[in-house]
Design a protein around this ligand. Structure first.
Ligand SMILES: Cc1cc2nc3c(=O)[nH]c(=O)nc-3n(C[C@H](O)[C@H](O)[C@H](O)COP(=O)(O)OP(=O)(O)OC[C@H]3O[C@@H](n4cnc5c(N)ncnc54)[C@H](O)[C@@H]3O)c2cc1C
Length: 721
């Protein structure tokens, strides 16, 4: 009978708290993927093979009963369906980012367009078949000439009154749909195009356009060009779509926000074209939050691998003594612990955002009217993906040459997640959404008298400075969470007020055009938006610490929360010094605090990464203590108390001695099938290579490694059973 691998899933209070309300759903998903051989990482496939495998994986995932259930909930807009689908995306992204992205394109983007932009009839007609995998879809918004500026798209959908059809056309090269995921396999596309009636555009609208039949043949008038290899996500087939007067029925316009009657009359509940498109885009923003969840998942995976290895590998040490574990090196702890603290902050902040979003959708509130939530999602997308890029780079460096090996996963994660900063909205563009909202909030608050608002802002700021730049107070308090919360609050408020003042001067006083004024403040704008997200993240983290029901877990999380706050202030210490918020002494104390906290948390980190609950089969990396048949020589035992220890070795000794293989956390299934030890015979008569007489029992992996290294030949191996 086929044995299911031990996934090593845990169930402590911390496991549950970090996974949140939907921990059992996440475990169900972990088991489904962790037990499937389909999800063994592969790095040796051609582009076509990689895409085929991804298609099989997508099919498998979308057939899972729990996924079907979620899609059903999405259709019925049941309470918490967003949070539930986002946590599944997080788990899936750790297993394979290509599969996760492709599932997202089909269900969240294409399916989301139908659900959010279509009528109930559209949902009935298209969504059920999508759920049942009768066909797959793609989302075609970006064009060669317009990526971030989607408002400028040029694809046309001209209404033909006589035939009751829309004619979808690509009028020029710039209008070609670009980078469309699933373009080489998908059957239908949600195409954004200018709706033209009697020569007049009503702005961009979304249409369902058939691309290819069930046998994979393109429909007449449709051209799909394969974009081939990318830096990562090569399981996803991205392509260019060109339409040559493709005819679709009038009913294929997703018409919730704008419809065309049979007599050609256009109707929309929203009069202004730009406002109408804003509403359409707003309904699609939950997919930005999905990117934040995916990014967070990969940070958890990268950190788990890097921290486990750092607790296992040794380099350098005091003269004449055992070499130290690399986690003992200050830069190692500084880099890994601060990323771990950020990952925890993102965990609680994105969870908060998803709950707010769920509640709004459940209450039937339109997202367009929830600008602060839209800003939070856009900001979280940008912040989490930039943090992911930086975190995975540090994980790669912290695992040295071993981290460069595909088998150890971090390099692959880096390639796959790099584009997270670009798709679903470029990060710099996303952060401008945040800044616009913060300015709107400021104006609303000081509606009656913006000048008085500025004065009040200055007075509040001055008061802050007086309170916090007093040296004795500062040095005493920098270790308190209250100080850190106040500091990030102060930074956001000062940046907000000073941006209002600068824009006011440039546009109102100097009568400059808004675009130039805005552009000349871009660095300020991005700083403000990140300051806002930092403040929200630290507040959400501290709230989560307060709510944690287990005392021990609470104390542990509190230390990481302090580290996160300290990191935020430390990284902007120049700004705080410029603004006299910190004295040089306080700034030095912040640095010392950052180093002390990082150092003190390195062992606690093992508990946290274990509570991320990543199945061994998905962790996969030999340097993280998971045996791999493809790279047995890369194995380092996992640093948990029950799982063996390093054999002490004096500094300068030539050979590393690893702990016995009985400490292995997970043996890959193909080795488990061997189910026995291997007897090794010597090439030399009656002698083992180690010089001892007689045979020697070796673990299959050890044996295979020795064969690979040429120390013994294949024929020396004897299988005992
Ligand atoms: C792997 C991948 C998959 C994709 N999948 C899809 C898909 O399935 N469907 C789809 O429709 N699209 C898809 N896209 C397209 C993606 O959404 C766009 O690439 C993205 O929106 C950015 O647009 P762009 O590439 O044209 O970059 P640009 O908009 O040209 O941006 C380039 C640079 O200019 C800067 N910039 C642009 N505007 C501003 C501004 N206002 N202020 C300041 N700086 C600015 C940006 O910050 C960036 O640094 C995908 C892209 C990739 C790479």
């Amino acid at each position: 009978m086929e044995r299911t691998p031990d996934l090593g899933l845990g169930d402590s209070s911390l496991h549950r708290y970090l996974d949140g309300e939907f921990w059992s759903l996440k475990n169900e998903m972990r088991r489904a993927l962790g037990n499937s051989p389909l999800f063994q990482p592969r790095y040796d496939l051609s582009l076509d093979e990689m895409r085929d495998l991804t298609n099989q994986r997508v099919k498998f995932v979308l057939s899972l009963p729990l996924l079907k259930h979620i899609l059903q909930e999405q259709e019925e807009k049941r309470r918490n369906f967003i949070s539930r689908s986002l946590v599944l995306g997080e788990v899936l992204c750790m297993v394979d980012a290509s599969t996760c992205v492709k599932c997202g394109i089909i269900s969240l983007l294409f399916g989301g367009a139908i659900n959010n932009l279509g009528s109930p009839e559209h949902v009935t007609k298209w969504f059920w078949q999508l759920k049942e995998q009768k066909y797959t879809g793609m989302f075609a918004m970006t064009e060669k000439g317009h990526g971030s500026n989607v408002r400028g798209i040029q694809t046309e959908a001209t209404f033909d009154l006589d035939n009751q059809e829309f004619v979808i056309d690509t009028p020029c090269e710039d209008a070609q749909k670009m980078y469309i995921g699933n373009a080489m396999y998908g059957n239908y596309a949600a195409v954004f195009a200018q709706l033209i009636i009697e020569g007049r555009s009503q702005g961009p609208h979304c249409f369902i356009v058939p691309i290819r039949d069930e046998n994979g043949n393109l429909y007449p008038g449709v051209t799909a060009i394969d974009m081939m290899h990318k830096e990562g996500l090569n399981g996803v087939d991205n392509g260019i779509l060109i339409f040559d007067k493709v005819r679709i029925p009038r009913e294929n316009l997703l018409d919730r926000f704008g419809s065309v009657a049979p007599n050609g009359q256009y109707h929309s509940p929203i009069q202004r074209k730009s406002a109408r498109f804003n509403v359409m885009l707003a309904t699609l923003t939950p997919s930005r939050l999905a990117v934040a969840f995916k990014a967070m998942g990969t940070m958890k995976l990268g950190l788990t691998i890097a921290i486990r290895y750092s607790h296992s590998r040794r380099q350098f040490g005091p003269k004449g003594k055992e070499e130290v574990k690399i986690i003992e090196h200050q830069m190692q702890t500084l880099r890994l612990m601060s990323h771990l603290a950020t990952t925890l902050a993102l965990t609680f902040t994105s969870r908060h955002a998803s709950f707010v979003l769920d509640e709004d959708i459940f209450q039937g509130r339109e997202l367009i009217n929830r600008r602060s939530l839209q800003a939070l999602m856009a900001g979280l997308k940008a912040y989490s993906t930039w943090e992911t890029v930086s975190c995975l780079q540090d994980c790669r460096e912290c695992t040295g040459g071993m981290g460069y090996l595909m088998e150890n996963r971090i390099s692959g994660l880096k390639c796959d997640t790099d584009v997270f900063v670009t798709f679903e909205g470029d990060n710099v563009v996303m952060l401008q959404v945040v800044a616009r909202e913060l300015l709107a909030q400021y104006n609303k608050k000081h509606k009656k008298n913006p000048v008085l608002g500025l004065i009040q802002g200055w007075t509040a700021t001055a008061g802050d400075k007086l309170r916090t730049s007093f040296p004795a107070f500062n040095t005493d308090m920098v270790g308190h969470l209250a100080f850190l919360l106040k500091a990030v609050n102060f930074r956001e408020r000062v940046l907000q007020r000073s941006l209002v003042s600068r824009l006011h001067y440039k546009v109102v006083t100097k009568k400059g055009d808004f675009f130039s004024a805005w552009n000349s403040c871009m660095h300020h704008i991005i700083s403000l938006s990140l300051a806002h997200i930092h403040r929200v993240a630290l507040e959400q983290f501290s709230l989560a610490v307060r709510r944690c029901p287990d005392r021990e877990d609470q104390a542990l999380l509190m230390k990481f929360c302090l580290l996160y706050g300290t990191k935020l202030v430390f990284q902007e210490r120049g700004w705080y010094l410029e603004n006299n918020y910190l004295t040089p002494t306080a700034s030095m104390r912040i640095r010392a605090q950052l180093l002390d906290l990082s150092e003190s948390l390195k062992d606690d980190a093992l508990k946290v990464i274990s509570a991320f609950n990543i199945p061994h089969t998905n962790l996969h990396a030999p340097i993280a203590g998971v045996l791999s048949s493809r790279a047995a020589w890369a194995f380092y035992p996992a640093p948990t108390p029950t799982l063996g220890h390093w054999i002490p070795r004096p500094a300068g000794a030539r050979c590393h001695q690893r702990s016995p293989l009985s400490s292995v956390t997970q043996i890959p299934s193909d080795f488990e099938k061997l189910g026995c030890w291997v007897k090794k015979k010597s090439k030399h008569k009656n002698q083992t290579p180690s010089g001892k007489r007689g045979g020697e029992k070796l673990h299959p992996l050890q044996a295979r490694a020795k064969v690979q290294q040429g120390m013994i030949s294949e024929s020396d191996l004897l299988q005992l059973c």
